[in-house]
Design a protein around this ligand. Structure first.
Ligand SMILES: Cc1cc2nc3c(=O)[nH]c(=O)nc-3n(C[C@H](O)[C@H](O)[C@H](O)COP(=O)(O)O)c2cc1C
Length: 118
């Protein structure tokens, strides 16, 4: 089985549900997803991670990360980190968004550029 790290950050449960679905589908295709909430930072280490990384994350508030991702976002935005700190990571980002609210956020700053509209 080919392993990948699957992290999710959710406010209301949608991103977790998507991550769990990815997990199930991965299993059916010979992949093993090592799935964790992004806040469980003792369960993974991105600095030493060699396998592909998939992050499923939603936005809340006004383009804010879910509560469970605040610490993570603060850490990766740390300007004292070297520019190549995460350069080794092969990653994909999957946004969880309610398509019915798409127009409300179209002009908003934030992670919108990555949204794929689930
Ligand atoms: C209070 C609130 C604020 C939201 N703010 C944003 C936002 O700023 N940008 C966006 O793209 N989606 C926003 N959304 C839509 C959510 O990202 C969307 O419903 C998502 O699927 C929720 O995923 P979750 O259940 O994993 O938290 C907001 C939803 C709520 C309830």
């Amino acid at each position: 089985m080919k392993r990948f790290l699957l992290l999710y950050a959710t406010q209301k449960g949608q991103a977790k549900a998507i991550a769990e679905e990815i997990c199930e589908q991965a299993d059916a295709h010979g992949f093993e997803a090592d799935i964790h909430c992004i806040s469980e930072s003792d369960k993974y280490n991105l600095v030493t991670e060699k396998d592909p990384l998939v992050i499923v994350i939603s936005t809340t508030g006004t383009g804010d990360p879910p509560d469970t991702a605040c610490k993570f976002v603060k850490e990766i935005k740390n300007k004292t980190l070297p520019l190549d700190h995460f350069a080794h990571l092969r990653y994909g980002l999957r946004a969880s968004q309610d398509p019915s609210r798409r127009e409300c956020y179209e002009t908003g700053p934030n992670l919108l550029q990555y949204n794929l509209y689930y």
